[in-house]
Write a protein of this length. Structure first.
Length: 559
DNA sequence: GGGACCTCAGATAA
DNA sequence: CTTATCTGAGGTCC
């Protein structure tokens, strides 16, 4: 295999013939960028990259498309695999950064007393900033077929995110296309119900063409023309090249999401009379078989999934005893007067959460309003104390025993659950730890880089320093089932609200990124190297199967 | 109070 | 340089 070809490969294989396959392997991201990434990532823990991608339910049994490739030529596909994994962390990093800065700016907007001259479109603003800072995934030419690093089931909050990672390069347009050998071919579409589409749950999608002022109510409706996006989609039929489909789910839990639904082929198109009486184009797209099932489809039968399995009840109240609580704030208006609120002061002058209850950024310690505060439960500074909001489920993973996943989409910064454990002095922890208990340090997530100075460090991948040892005991909640990952999607945040003992903060787990339904929740067990010994004095290590490209392959703990 | 509808400013690619 | 575009926020109406 030529090194240069590596980047040309996409994960897509439709037919069996080499000729057919070639059609779908077009227009890669830049070769130099790909090679750089491969170099940077492939040396890290390669043997750990087994069956699953980091924390993705739908990928545990991997895409059949890739499997087929692996049969063809093993060496070749390992390179491709590495490339994908490298790109994947790149993609995740980019999205996290975007989301983190969005939360930050949104937070600032919310704090403004009058919203007159405020930026209404935080998404555009942040997109611009990241573009200027060259944080976008570089795209030399538009990719036809799978985009490396993006997997079926991935979810996004804003359209610009699709643009940022090269999944769909139109900011608002629904049909993205590229010129190829004198013809325009559609590369991706966004189906969000703006037009009169048939968006049922089958693998067939009837997509309405663009134009005709269907979306623009101000103008006279016209017949749609077979040009631009419509022409591109029509051309796809002859070329048989795949189209990436991104669906919008407006009925998602909490907020709307865009979901990457995988590759489709345009089968035919026709004209129809639209709602306004003018002609529109309709395109029939069929999902290419062999791709991972979409979780939102599975989500339609949530009841089936949860049957016979344990659904987690609301988070157990913490185990801290009832010492006299400290004095809280006297705010009666939900602590919106920042300069007057005692709790806000403890947080450095701001409420650490957005109005949508997402934590803005990791801090060494977050002070929520507590029982002694006069503010109502609806106060923006009461989030994690209100317990689990997402539906969690314990499930059997492929290679890691039991794990935990959510039945809902989870927005970045959302509170997930409280780790209920018991604080122990380190020595005592060593002494009392038996083989089957979880023992690990909970780091504090303090990150000193200012947002603008250290953009890439806004939301840490893993706790950094340690400040105590927690042992999960028998009354431990869902946290005991959450697996370790070297590139986790949760992180632990210290929170105080019902007492002021900084040695015993609540360990609250928040989402570090957008998490799709049924995707496994993981976090970094921030262990301290060489700290855990077995009974004969040997350091305990355990193979790690998290599948992350950053995986070291070993977890130093007894598990 | 929430959902459906409207309006309007918008950034970018074509 | 226009112009089109399955945004996204905010408002209104029921």
């Amino acid at each position: 295999m030529e090194a240069g070809e590596r980047g040309l490969q996409t994960n897509y294989v439709s037919g069996t013939s080499q000729m057919e396959r070639k059609k779908h392997h077009l227009l890669p991201p830049s070769k130099s960028a790909s090679e750089e990434i491969i170099k940077a990532k492939s040396s890290e823990g390669s043997y750990c990259k087994r069956n699953s991608y980091p924390g993705r339910n739908a990928y545990e049994n991997r895409s059949a498309l890739v499997m087929r490739d692996e049969k063809d030529s093993l060496g070749h596909d390992r390179g491709q695999e590495n490339f994908h994994l490298g790109q994947r962390s790149h993609v995740r990093e980019t999205l996290r950064l975007f989301q983190a800065v969005c939360r930050k700016l949104l937070h600032e907007e919310e704090a403004k007393p009058n919203r007159q001259n405020s930026h209404k479109r935080v998404d555009y603003l942040v997109a611009r900033i990241l573009k200027d800072k060259k944080k976008y995934i570089p795209v030399d030419k538009k990719v036809i077929g799978s985009v490396p690093g993006v997997e079926v089931g991935d979810e996004f909050q804003y359209r610009v995110e699709l643009n940022m990672i090269g999944l769909h390069l139109q900011i608002q347009g629904g049909i993205d296309y590229v010129k190829h050998e004198g013809k325009i071919l559609a590369t991706s579409i966004v189906a969000s119900g703006g037009y009169d589409d048939k968006l049922d749950n089958s693998d067939v999608l009837i997509y309405t063409g663009q134009g005709g002022n269907v979306m623009n109510g101000g103008k006279e409706p016209e017949d749609q023309k077979l040009e631009r996006g419509n022409l591109a989609l029509a051309n796809n039929i002859h070329e048989q090249n795949p189209v990436r489909v991104i669906r919008s789910d407006t009925k998602a839990f909490e907020y709307r999401t865009y979901i990457y639904d995988g590759l489709y082929l345009v089968e035919r198109y026709w004209q129809d009379v639209g709602l306004h009486g003018k002609l529109v184009y309709k395109f029939k797209l069929a999902r290419i078989p062999g791709q991972p099932e979409l979780s939102w489809k599975v989500g339609l039968c949530v009841d089936d999934i949860s049957q016979g399995k344990e659904l987690i009840p609301n988070c157990a109240v913490n185990t801290v005893d009832d010492e006299m609580p400290p004095k809280g704030c006297d705010c009666t208006n939900g602590c919106s007067k920042l300069e007057k609120c005692a709790c806000v002061a403890k947080n450095g002058g701001e409420i650490p959460y957005n109005h949508n209850r997402a934590i803005v950024q990791a801090k060494p310690l977050v002070y929520e309003c507590g029982p002694s505060c006069k503010c109502p439960p609806s106060c923006y500074n009461r989030v994690s104390q209100q317990g689990i909001k997402v539906q969690l489920e314990i499930f059997k993973t492929e290679a890691r025993g039991w794990g935990v996943r959510s039945l809902n989409s989870i927005g970045p910064g959302s509170f997930i659950y409280e780790f209920v454990g018991e604080l122990l002095e380190e020595k005592e922890a060593e002494r009392t730890t038996s083989n089957d208990k979880y023992l690990f340090n909970i780091g504090n997530n303090y990150n000193d880089g200012s947002l603008w100075g250290g953009l890439s460090n806004v939301m840490p991948d893993a706790p950094s320093s340690s400040c105590g040892v927690v042992e999960d005991v028998e009354y431990g909640n869902v946290g005991r089932f959450v697996n370790h990952s070297c590139s986790p999607n949760l992180y632990a945040q210290n929170v105080l609200y019902d007492h002021e003992d900084k040695r015993m903060p609540h360990k609250m787990l928040f989402a570090a990124e957008n998490i799709s339904p049924l995707q496994e929740l993981t976090y970094h067990y921030s262990y301290v190297i060489d700290q855990v010994y077995d009974s004969s004095g040997n350091i305990k290590k355990k193979s790690c199967f998290c599948g992350s490209s950053e995986c070291t392959g070993l977890v130093n703990l007894s598990n």
